[in-house]
Design a protein around this ligand. Structure first.
Ligand code: ZN
Length: 174
């Protein structure tokens, strides 16, 4: 009886694209927490991408996502067919870190890893879940993102004009 052997052997520890991520970059997690903070008191929702196998590297803000006090509505059909999509992230302004019934149904239908961020969105205020809503672990990897020194502030004598600021990480309120 012939024995079938794979012609190419993979290292057993080599992650595959499409396998469940086991880590998230600190930069990506920090920007999700910053988005959650700026959306407060509304919910924030986004999608995670995995650029390197096994690691969540990017946060996508989904066009058409409407944030409300109770829930963020994901418009997932807006997403490109992208194998790098690893899961979802959304915030709970209530501070609860466990998934709601609606969250569980989202988790089951989309992606491999899901993160819930809880008010006040400090370093430890998040939990990761798998597609069944079971709590799981994600390593946080990569350098701590330090903010560049703030430029000198120009103080006009008249009314201060509104300034559109780019989204950037906000320091933890700890
Ligand atoms: Zn939720």
């Amino acid at each position: 009886m012939p024995i079938f052997r794979p012609t190419r052997r993979r290292r057993p520890d080599a992650p595959r694209l499409g396998s469940a991520p086991t880590a998230i970059t600190r930069r990506c997690l920090d920007s999700a927490l910053a988005c959650a903070l700026s959306a407060y008191p509304n919910e924030f929702g986004g999608v995670f991408r995995s650029d390197e196998p096994g690691v969540i590297t990017d946060l996508l803000l989904v066009p058409g996502t409407t944030a409300g006090r109770r829930h963020a509505n994901f418009q997932l059909y807006m997403l490109p067919a992208d194998l790098g999509v690893a899961g979802t992230v959304h915030s709970h302004p209530s501070g609860a870190l466990h998934p709601s019934e609606a969250d569980l149904s989202l988790f089951r239908h989309w992606g491999r890893r899901h993160v819930i961020l809880g008010w006040p969105y400090g370093k430890g205020q998040w939990r990761a879940y798998d597609g069944n809503g079971n709590e799981t672990h994600l390593d946080v990897i990569g350098p701590v993102v330090t903010r560049p020194e703030a430029p000198p502030v120009y103080r006009p004598t008249g009314p201060v004009p509104a300034v559109a600021r780019p989204t950037e990480p906000v320091p933890d309120a700890e």
